[in-house]
Write a protein that binds this ligand. Structure first.
Ligand code: FES
Length: 246
């Protein structure tokens, strides 16, 4: 396959950045999207040019690092699929592919396609945990019976990989779906109920302090989420927040 790639190149956070066009021949349909970028980088290095910086780690849909806008869609054209799970057979010979980093003020571009998502870490640190004293004898988690329905819903929320596709897709750059995933995970479990009121207030305050926008229920985040985190979690977050204030 021969492709035209229009890739965002930006030297540093303060550089203006621009699209640069590359013609890449010999792309195999069985390559993953990231392998295609590796292939391009090998070619650039062999030509003595600067390779394209992009984020990745697990390459199996777990870590949330491979955050790219592909032809205007977060993680590309496939639903419930991260960039690293996307395969080049999804494209045709002669296609033009536009590749951009996430665009959101709280996620500044560090270089090329790499953005700084540490704002998510700070929100997580504000309250996305349960306090457990691990010194001495710790009670086995399985001694607390949890209805299967609640455990399954908590697990669904916990599948959020923190990739930031929700923020990048939202016209308001809202991080509500990300926070809702954390809240939805812990609020449904007895272990998470103890600090629930404190947690939701601290995480929402941290989200606002990082400069993320408000949710206006357009639902784009749910569509873009590679893990299928639901808007129902945002509704739960809102209920938890109101309850905490009452
Ligand atoms: S590289 Fe880990 S989710 Fe894609």
């Amino acid at each position: 396959m021969k492709l035209t790639l229009k890739i965002w190149r930006q030297k540093s956070k303060n550089d203006k950045g621009k699209f640069v066009e590359y013609i890449l021949d010999g792309v195999d349909g069985d390559m993953s999207f990231l392998e295609m970028l590796d292939f391009l980088n090998e070619k650039l290095i062999n030509e003595g040019k600067e390779p394209v910086a992009f984020d990745h780690d697990c390459r199996e849909g777990i870590c949330g690092m491979c955050s790219l806008f592909i032809n205007g869609q977060a993680h590309g054209p496939d639903k419930l699929t991260t960039t690293c799970q996307l395969h080049m057979r999804r494209f045709k010979d002669g296609d033009t592919i536009v590749i951009e980093p996430w665009r959101a003020e709280p996620f500044p571009v560090i270089k090329d396609l790499v953005v700084d998502r540490s704002a998510f870490d700070r929100i997580q640190q504000a309250g996305g945990y349960i306090s457990v004293n691990t010194s001495g004898r710790t009670v086995d988690a399985n001694t607390i019976p949890i209805p299967k329905k609640d455990a399954d819903r908590a697990f669904d929320s916990a599948t959020c990989i923190g990739c930031g596709a929700c923020v990048a897709t939202c016209k308001n750059a809202s991080a509500m779906l990300f926070v809702a995933g954390r809240i939805g995970h812990l609020a449904r479990l007895p272990q998470g109920r103890i600090e629930a009121a404190d947690r939701v207030q601290k995480m929402v305050a941290a989200m606002d302090a990082e400069g993320f926008g408000s949710c206006t229920n357009t639902g784009a985040c749910e569509v873009a989420c590679p893990k299928g985190i639901s808007l129902a979690d945002i509704a739960l977050l809102n209920r938890e927040f109101i309850k905490a204030h009452l």
